[in-house]
Design a protein. Structure first.
Length: 279
């Protein structure tokens, strides 16, 4: 008994440190990423070495998505998937999602001679769910927050690959103008949490809730269809408007929906136990 009582303060302190690291790890990811991006950018400007361009584009595209995934992973949610699964989801979800969406959009363009914005939203929101769906079929020990986390990770991977593609095209079209590439990386990086990541996080969370539902399965399916339709609508509106005001409104809506889903999935806070002290 005396040993366990002596170890309790150390365990409590360790638990607090782990909780602090988990909650604020995203800030470390962001700061380290900014430092690395600045070092690569400075080296590229100083040396004019084109071999550094891929590293610049990658860090510029991945910085904010990586920090946001870490931020979501540090929230007060019940997660079962580990860091390896989240990282693999971002990599595979992004690669498979971008490739699938690009192929389907190209085929739609050939069939219809034009590509409706609604079709883009429909295709891309479905493509980003491929890897979360595969994980859902494989993972048996599912937790309430897993769907939201893997959805955000898949959306992050998609956003990174898509941004890298846009940055590469911008670099060529601008004749190697790094300022134009920097502006694109900053803009798309800041908007990615309120766009691809939020939308896929919401739809994946709703998809996993269907698998978790044991009684009202029809209601869970209907909720998933509704959430998916909302995500497609937000995506379509985002692509249709070319207005900063519209982007701000859509970003606020998307993040508000994600925050609401996070609160709904969070477990209830444990009641603080009262310790009676006797003289």
């Amino acid at each position: 008994m005396s040993v366990s009582l002596a170890q309790q303060p150390a365990r409590t302190e360790r638990s607090r440190l782990l909780s602090f690291g988990r909650r604020w790890g995203w800030l470390a990811v962001l700061l380290v990423g900014l430092l690395l991006f600045w070092l690569i950018h400075s080296a590229l400007v100083s040396t004019q070495n084109p071999n550094l361009v891929p590293a610049l584009i990658f860090f510029g595209a991945a910085l904010v998505p990586a920090a946001f995934v870490t931020f979501v992973a540090g929230r007060r949610l019940d997660f079962g998937v580990g860091t390896g699964v989240v990282g693999a989801t971002a990599l595979a979800g992004g690669a498979i999602g971008v490739t699938t969406a690009g192929f389907l959009e190209y085929r739609t363009l050939l069939l219809m001679d034009f590509l409706p914005m609604a079709a883009v939203g429909l295709i891309e929101e479905a493509a980003k769910l491929i890897v979360p769906l595969l994980l859902l079929l494989v993972i048996r020990d599912r937790h309430p927050g897993d769907g939201l986390l893997v959805g955000v990770a898949s959306g992050a991977g998609f956003a990174v690959f898509e941004t890298m593609g846009y940055a590469f095209v911008e670099l060529i079209d601008s004749g190697g103008d790094l300022h134009a590439v920097d502006d694109l990386l900053v803009l798309r990086g800041l908007l990615s949490p309120a766009a691809h990541m939020a939308w896929t996080g919401l739809t994946a969370a709703a998809l996993w809730s269907v698998a978790a539902a044991r009684r009202n399965r029809k209601a869970a399916v209907a909720r998933f269809v509704l959430v998916y339709a909302v995500a497609v609508g937000l995506h379509t509106a985002w692509d249709s408007f070319n207005s900063d005001t519209a982007y701000v409104i859509l970003a606020a809506l998307s993040l508000s929906f994600l925050i609401y889903a996070t609160h709904r999935l969070a477990p209830p806070r444990p009641a603080r136990a009262r310790v009676a002290v006797r003289a």
